[in-house]
Write a protein that binds this ligand. Structure first.
Ligand SMILES: Nc1ncnc2c1ncn2[C@@H]1O[C@H](COP(=O)(O)OP(=O)(O)OP(=O)(O)O)[C@@H](O)[C@H]1O
Length: 329
């Protein structure tokens, strides 16, 4: 268990984290999200022991301290992968990875190196010097090198930030899957819901120097109780329920993702289309409600025209789920 109790940290001009407490089960994958500057990277750095702090952090019952109590920065059982990757630029990809591998025979070393090269899909670049690689490729070598060290805890700061979209999902599956098989506890600071929804056991939202919400990412996605949570996953609309269902007895705002609407020709919430964005497999529309002049966003597979009037609806099960989960007044 990674236990964080009443953790506080300030910079000269600002409190960054104020009395943060959380327990993280060994072997679990946890993502930290929140607006830029909310302290995600700082939290990972504090766990890794790079700054002095107030409060307690312990791993498997053993207290962890800041740099003044450690000979070298960082804890041996952890690996922290920051934006500056700390690679050895004049060595090759394979040398950077194999440097940290413990293997008793050359054949085993070769096999384990190959496994890691396969994982990051960089066999073809194995003999290239790291300094000649792109930022994204260096990021992958750093990930493989971190995993080669078989840490108990892996702390990743925006791990796929520089990787191209076309490879990203496959690499995420490889790397998070490898960490899961090895029983490594993974903590990720990210802005990207695709790092979180398919891979994390827990999502933690940082806001106002503390933990604002935490839970199963799928629950938080499906039943966001407040807009700040829904917004982590992209665009979201906040709509007074009476606009959608005029006969509704309660007064509340409903959070609706753009893909949850469906378009009807005949009935629903009347909107006029203001703008259309082609998104590949669908169109994203900006529209204005005819009543209350509210701006909202919805997705549809069809090319609708600017100025066109359509009716929007949301499936009954989403309506019931959201109403059932509304925050207490
Ligand atoms: N070396 C530093 N010196 C002074 N202030 C810093 C330093 N590093 C970070 N900060 C400040 O601390 C706050 C938290 O920064 P941190 O990098 O932890 O945020 P973050 O949530 O990881 O942001 P991002 O999503 O943009 O990476 C920010 O206000 C930032 O400006």
């Amino acid at each position: 268990m990674l236990s964080i109790a009443k953790l506080s940290f300030s910079r000269p001009n600002a409190v960054i984290l104020d009395s943060v407490s959380i327990n993280i089960k060994a072997g679990s994958h946890v993502s930290f999200m929140g607006q830029s500057g909310c302290g995600k990277s700082t939290l990972l750095q504090l766990i890794y022991g790079l700054h002095e702090f107030e409060g307690q952090i312990s791993w498997q019952g053993v207290p962890l301290y800041g740099p003044s109590r450690n000979l070298l920065p960082g804890h041996a059982q952890m690996k922290y992968l920051a934006q500056d990757l700390g690679l050895m630029p004049y060595l090759t990809v394979v040398e950077n990875i194999a440097y940290y591998l413990s293997a008793h025979t050359p054949a085993l070393l070769q096999r384990r190196t190959n496994e890691l090269l396969d994982m990051i899909e960089m066999q073809a670049l194995a003999q290239r010097k790291v300094k000649s690689l792109s930022g994204g490729q260096q990021q992958l070598v750093a990930l493989a090198r971190a995993l080669a060290q078989e840490p108990e805890v892996l702390l990743l700061d925006e791990p796929f930030g520089q990787i191209d979209t076309f490879k990203k999902n496959r690499l995420r599956r490889n790397i998070f899957g490898h960490a899961r098989n090895q029983g490594i506890t993974v903590l990720v600071a990210t802005h990207d819901p695709e790092d979180v929804l398919p891979f994390s056991d827990t999502l933690v939202l940082l806001k106002d120097q503390g933990i604002f919400a935490q839970g199963d990412p799928v629950d938080l996605y499906r039943n966001p109780k407040i807009k700040a949570v829904a917004e982590l996953f992209g665009d979201v609309n906040e709509i007074p329920i009476k606009l959608l269902k005029p006969y509704a007895k309660m007064d509340m705002d409903l959070l609706v993702y753009p893909h949850e609407f469906y378009v009807s020709e005949t009935s629903g919430l009347a909107v006029r289309i203001k703008a259309r964005y082609y998104m590949g497999s669908y169109f994203l529309y900006e529209a204005q409600t005819m009543e209350a002049m509210l701006t909202l966003f919805f997705n549809a597979p069809l090319p609708l025209e600017e100025g066109q009037e359509v009716f929007l609806n949301i499936p009954l099960e989403i309506l019931t789920e959201r109403i059932g989960n509304r925050p207490a007044p």
